[in-house]
Design a binder for this molecule. Structure first.
Ligand code: ZN
Length: 409
């Protein structure tokens, strides 16, 4: 509930404006009366604020369909956000690739740019990423001043308050002040947010997949790439997105005598089921003279890609098949444990492994066999198509989320 009276009137007004804008964003199309009811505010307060937002070009009255306001017995126009009222840049700097996109308020992508990472050096990665941002804006005939927020995401442990990447062990990146460095390089005045790249994807799902997320108050987003993370979103319906940590489930120990992980332990989930682990196992097999199908698919001297690994699996490569099967089986056990522990309404799963229908079936089979039946948890599992720009778009969602939280004029 927001308060309409008090000693600190300007702050109350700002809080009301921000709440009303978020309500229109998350629940629009919606009537003024509905907003008043949901926020426990008076209709005149809503009308005053909405009129200001319409004048500012943030909110629009829809022509149709009209909704009957039963309480007052009159027709009431539906309101929604103006999708093109604001523009946001989303950036993912994964270490292996730099990807940037430009979106509007609703996450519609207006332009994209990407390039392979120039090296494993932090500064060089950042330079390449900022160059992409400039190129993207040039191609869209926009300037940096016309951007309302920039969201940046990166794998690893992020201090989102300070905008600092705390730890990225596999790249030897520690305490990198991303927010400061990006602001300096781009001379940006708009807000900049820094987030873990799996959390950014979860924000993206929250904000942009509204039909899927309808009535889902808690969900997990399992992201399998070089590492594995599974952030949780809680109480979406009330506060819309309180993220609990980065969900570093990649280091839960699945096989105590298993392969060594980058963290130093043995048998971590990501030492068995991440893309990096799968590719490393396949390269071991190639080095031993095995994996004949995969060998035939890979140009000499090139590392296998996940696409080629999946092709070799499908073609029945006798060395690749058990490597992938073990990875999927272990992920299935991990997911059953996560679900038993957190009982999310939905779990979104994004990973190259699950481009394969067979791997999807195997995963769900393992999950269902190992999930605890007595809790009655009925989690909806959704496979998300991996995309080069899903992280960048998620980072834009974080910037939008921040914009909605701080909007007060
Ligand atoms: Zn580990």
């Amino acid at each position: 509930m927001q308060f309409e009276q008090g000693n600190n009137l300007p702050r109350v007004k700002a809080t009301n404006q921000s709440s009303i804008l978020r309500m229109v964003y998350h629940c629009g199309p919606i009537t003024r009366a509905d907003i008043a009811k949901r926020l426990d505010l008076t209709l005149p307060t809503i009308t005053t604020n909405i009129n200001m937002m319409i004048s500012a070009g943030l909110v629009q009255e829809l022509d149709s369909p009209e909704s009957i306001d039963h309480r007052h017995g009159r027709r009431s126009r539906l309101l929604d956000i103006v999708p093109d009222a604001r523009r946001f840049i989303g950036v993912e700097m994964s270490g292996s690739e730099c990807a940037v996109c430009l979106t509007n308020y609703r996450g519609q992508v207006l332009g994209v740019r990407s390039s392979p990472a120039p090296s494993r050096d932090y500064e060089e990665n950042l330079d390449a990423t900022c160059t992409l941002v400039r190129e993207l804006l040039d191609s869209c005939r926009l300037t940096l001043d016309s951007v309302d927020g920039l969201g940046f995401c990166v794998p690893g442990l992020v201090d989102r308050q300070a905008g600092v990447l705390k730890v990225r062990p596999s790249y030897n990146w520690y305490d990198k002040p991303i927010l400061r460095d990006v602001r300096r390089r781009l001379e940006l005045r708009c807000p900049i947010t820094v987030e873990n790249n799996a959390c950014a994807r979860a924000y993206g799902a929250s904000l942009f997949q509204r039909e899927l997320m309808n009535n889902v108050s808690t969900f997990a987003y399992l992201f399998i790439h070089a590492g594995i993370a599974c952030p949780l979103i809680l109480n979406q319906s009330s506060v819309f997105g309180s993220i609990v940590g980065a969900g570093e489930v990649g280091h839960m120990v699945m096989e105590p005598n298993g392969p060594q992980c980058t963290c130093g332990n043995h048998g971590c989930l990501e030492a068995i089921s991440s893309d990096r682990a799968i590719i490393a196992r396949c390269m071991d097999a190639l080095a031993r003279g095995g994996a004949p199908t995969l060998r035939s698919l890979c140009p000499v001297g090139e590392e296998p890609t996940m696409a080629r690994v999946l092709q070799a699996q499908q073609d029945g490569d006798s060395d690749v098949y058990p490597i992938v099967e073990r990875a999927v089986y272990t992920l299935g056990l991990a997911i059953a444990n996560i679900v038993n522990f957190t009982c999310p309404h939905a779990m979104l799963i994004e990973g190259e492994l699950f481009r394969s229908e067979g791997n999807r079936r195997q995963l769900l089979d393992v999950v269902r066999r190992n999930i605890c039946k007595v809790t009655g948890t009925d989690t909806n599992f959704v496979f998300v198509e991996p995309s080069e720009f899903s992280g960048a778009r998620g980072a834009a969602a974080v910037a939008i989320f921040h914009d909605l939280q701080s909007a007060s004029e």
